[in-house]
Ligand binder design. Sequence first.
Ligand code: 3SL
Length: 252
Amino acid sequence: EIIAHNQLALKINVKLFVYHTPELTPTDHLPDCAVVIDVLRATTTIATVLEAGAEAVQTFSDIDKLMTVSEQWLPEKRIRAGERGGTKVEGFDLGNSPLDCTPETVGNKRFFLTTTNGTRALQRVEKAPTVITAAMINRQTAVDYILKTQPETLWLVGSGWEGGYSLEDTVCAGAIAHALTNNSSQTVEVSNDEVIAAIALYTQWQDNLLEMFKHSTHGQRLLRLNGDEDLQYCAKSDIIGVLPIQKEPGVL
Ligand code: 3SL
């Protein structure tokens, strides 16, 4: 079913845009609120880390920069985590599996994270007045925050994979857009066709997200790296009540 723009724009409060990748976001302006999405796995990991009681998550696209900044923290007060190509960075405490992020491991520590795509997407929008991260596990929490704060312009930005589009990020953008456009207390202006495409993807797959993730190219990559349990966890909806909000560029 194709939903026409004007059917969704009954009253206007929020101008909603979806961008499948950070590279597709405009470079000459920013929204009031940017939602960065990297379901497999960076934004799932970030929500899990904060839920587990980490002091903060600090993100880097560059490994050397992460090493220099994290050096200023006592070893017992920091965790260095991250991946390249899905595999743990050599010498780091953890990779990018959300399942490793228990209260015992990350509680009260600063979590220094570098990933291939998610941290790059965060950098792209870090100067927006409000930046939050979302994944399927905390989707409803993100929706509730948006409904409460009512930004005038809202971007849902998928991280993709090295410039390409990722099914799992766009389906999560669709899940958020679907909740926003179906909320009677909220009026949403669908501002690009990507919103409609994302909602259509979500409504098609909402009962079978794990299956979709297993067929996606990144899901396949993680399965080759024994990431079956990670996929199962990342495909769960609305199980976490934490919303990562950027406090300063790169720090959530
Ligand atoms: O690219 C990223 O930001 C990561 O989430 C990729 S991975 O799932 O850890 O391989």
